[in-house]
Design a protein around this ligand. Structure first.
Ligand SMILES: [Zn+2]
Ligand SMILES: [Zn+2]
Length: 353
C-alpha cells in the first residue's frame, strides 16, 4: 500500500505533465524526506525536457531547485530534524572524501543532480510534493525563520552559479564584466556584481524583457538584435573588451559572443549548461589572446552560507527576479511560459496559496 503524490515528469519532448507517483521513502540512514513547499523551474530543466542532455525519458521526474520542510530522517542524520525548513543544494556530496575535503564537491563520488537523469546519477527530481534527499547533513541547509522560501530557493542553484561565475571568473575591483544571456542566471549575476566592486556590467541578450530586467538591476543592456555586441562593448571599454565574460546561455552562439567581447588576457567563465558545443576558436587563437577559460558548475555547498547571509542582511534580493508564482498542478503551463519568455522566472508552490 504505497501512498502517492504529485510529480512533474517529462512528457513528449519539449513538454512536462503532472502525474501521481509513489511517495519516496528513506533508503539510506543518511537520507531525509523533505515535503517540498517551493520548487523553481530552471533553465537547465528546459534543456532536459528538450532532451538536449540525453538519457532522460518520458515519465522521469524533474526539478533541482527547492525549499521544503523535513518530514522524516534516517537514523544516521545528525544535524537535521523533522520540522526544520531547509533549502537543498542541487547536488549532494558526502562531505568527507578527498574531493570534499578540498571543497571540490563536483568530483565527490556521491555527486548526482536532482531530476537530471542517468547522466547525473538518476536522482529523482524535486518538482513534487515529497523528495528523498541523500546525505541530508551536507545537502540541506536550514533557512532563517524570517526568510521567505522565495528568497532562499535560488541559493540551491542559480544564485550560487551566478555568484560563483564572478568569484571563479576572478572578477576584481574596477573590472568590466559582460554577461552573455540576461535570463534568470544572468540577472542574478548582475545583482551580485556590485559585491565584487565591478566598474561596469554589461548584459547581452536578444529578448527585450530580459534586457529591461537586467537594466533595472544595474546592467548596461546590449541588444544583440541591433548589432554586433562586441562593437558596443569595445566602444564602452576604451577598446579593451570585457575583463571577465560570463557565458550564461549554454549554446554555440553565446560562446561565440563571449569570445568576441572578452579582452586579450581576460577570462571567459562558462556557467551555461553545455553539452557537445565546439569552442569557437582554435587552441592557437586562444593561446595568442591568452584568454582563460573557466568551466563552472555552480556549487551551492560552497557558497550558500555566504549567500544566505547576504540575503538576510539585505545585500541581495534574489526573489526580485520571480515573475510568476504558480501551483505545481499548473507546471505544464509554467514550463511553456518560461520557454517562450513570457515568464522571467517561475516558482511552483505545492500547497494552497
Ligand atoms: Zn538549475
Ligand atoms: Zn565527497
Amino acid at each position: 500500500m504505497s501512498e502517492t503524490m504529485r510529480a512533474v515528469v517529462l512528457d513528449k519532448p519539449g513538454r512536462v505533465r503532472v502525474e501521481e507517483i509513489p511517495r519516496p521513502v528513506i533508503q539510506s540512514p543518511t537520507d531525509a524526506i523533505v515535503r517540498v513547499t517551493t520548487a523553481a523551474i530552471c533553465g537547465s530543466d528546459l534543456h532536459l525536457i528538450d532532451r538536449k542532455i540525453p538519457g532522460m525519458e518520458e515519465g522521469d521526474v524533474v526539478g533541482h531547485e527547492f525549499v521544503g520542510v523535513i518530514e522524516d530522517i534516517g537514523d544516521a542524520v545528525m544535524t537535521m530534524e523533522p520540522g526544520q525548513r531547509v533549502v537543498a543544494s542541487m547536488f549532494p556530496a558526502c562531505g568527507h572524501c578527498r574531493s570534499c575535503m578540498r571543497h571540490q564537491y563536483r568530483t565527490c563520488p556521491s555527486f548526482q543532480i536532482f531530476g537530471s537523469g542517468p547522466g547525473f546519477g538518476d536522482l529523482l527530481g524535486a518538482q513534487t510534493d515529497f523528495v528523498r534527499v541523500p546525505l541530508a547533513d551536507m545537502t540541506l541547509a536550514t533557512i532563517p525563520d524570517r526568510m521567505s522560501d522565495e528568497d532562499a530557493v535560488f541559493t540551491g542553484d542559480i544564485l550560487a552559479t551566478a555568484y560563483q561565475g564572478l568569484a571563479d571568473g576572478g572578477v576584481r575591483h574596477g573590472d568590466s564584466v559582460a554577461i552573455v544571456g540576461a535570463g534568470p542566471v544572468g540577472q542574478l549575476a548582475v545583482m551580485c556584481a556590485p559585491l565584487f566592486g565591478v566598474d561596469q556590467v554589461f548584459a547581452i541578450d536578444l529578448v527585450p524583457e530580459r534586457l529591461e530586467a537586467a537594466k533595472a538591476l544595474g546592467a548596461i543592456p546590449v541588444d544583440a538584435r541591433l548589432g554586433d555586441p562586441s562593437d558596443s562593448i569595445f566602444d564602452q571599454t576604451r577598446n579593451l573588451g570585457a575583463d571577465v565574460v560570463l557565458e550564461a546561455v549554454g549554446n554555440e552562439a553565446a560562446l561565440e559572443t563571449a569570445w568576441s567581447v572578452v579582452r586579450t588576457g581576460g577570462t571567459v567563465a562558462m556557467i551555461g549548461v553545455l553539452y557537445d558545443e565546439d569552442w569557437p576558436v582554435s587552441a592557437g587563437d586562444n593561446w595568442l589572446r591568452a584568454v582563460t577559460v573557466k568551466p563552472i558548475v555552480g556549487d551551492p555547498l560552497t557558497h550558500r552560507h555566504d549567500l544566505l547571509r547576504l540575503i538576510e542582511t539585505g545585500k541581495l534580493d534574489p526573489a526580485r527576479i520571480i515573475s510568476h508564482t504558480m501551483s505545481l498542478d499548473d507546471a505544464a503551463d509554467a514550463y511553456q511560459m518560461f520557454k517562450e519568455h513570457r515568464a522571467n522566472k517561475v516558482v511552483l508552490k505545492t500547497g494552497e496559496e
